[in-house]
Design a protein around this ligand. Sequence first.
Ligand code: FE2
Length: 259
Amino acid sequence: MSQESVEPTQAGISEEIEQIADAWSRDGKAETQPRLDYPPYRSSLLRHPTKAPQQADPEGVELWAPVFGERDVDPLEADLTIQHRGGPQGERIMVTGRVLDGDGHPVRGQLVEVWQANAAGRYIHQRDQHPAPLDPHFTGMGRCLTDDDGVYRFTTIKPGPYPWRNHRNAWRPAHIHFSLFGTEFTQRLVTQMYFPGDPLFALDPIFQSVVDPAARARLVATYDHDLTQPEFLMGYRWDIVLTGPHRTLLEADTEASVQ
Ligand SMILES: [Fe+2]
């Protein structure tokens, strides 16, 4: 049997996505997390957790886990466009929002880290070898601390969509990966932010593994014209809610994949 005949097509994956969505809408129960067992996301089938998380003593973990202090994070690290001698290719944007708890209170001093592909959809990563150009002026990683209002703010370029090998002609919608460390190392949370109106949303089994459309919508940033700066950058706003019914979906495993 040739590889071609066993490789799933986009039409086949889309049909699976639709069947799961139909089954969910018949059931109608709100879901607040991505499904770990989501067959259209083929590469997750063998590696998603099948057992309950290992319990750890939080204080014990703190004895050997990495720590950081406010002075370890330079404000310049929030600007992904100034890490090299020249500016990166692409559409310069600001991405900002608030980190809130379930009661709407700001989460202050929170370490927020981001990583992303360049404007051509390429990561600096040995497993990403598809023929899009690397940008010598863009590494794609940044971090900052939230301020007293829980606000984080990054200057970067809009990442491109990129191909991956889930099925034939699979493309990921443009996205930025986010990590939040909480107040202890054991509380690290990882998620992805998407851009509004992306035509790849319906086709992407990672985005669709969040089966509840209301929850999926919370992963999509809002274009905010008030954030734009004349002749300089466009602006997107995205709040992250850590707990409660409006919480942002967080990837339960912290594999921090490049997908
Ligand atoms: Fe990615």
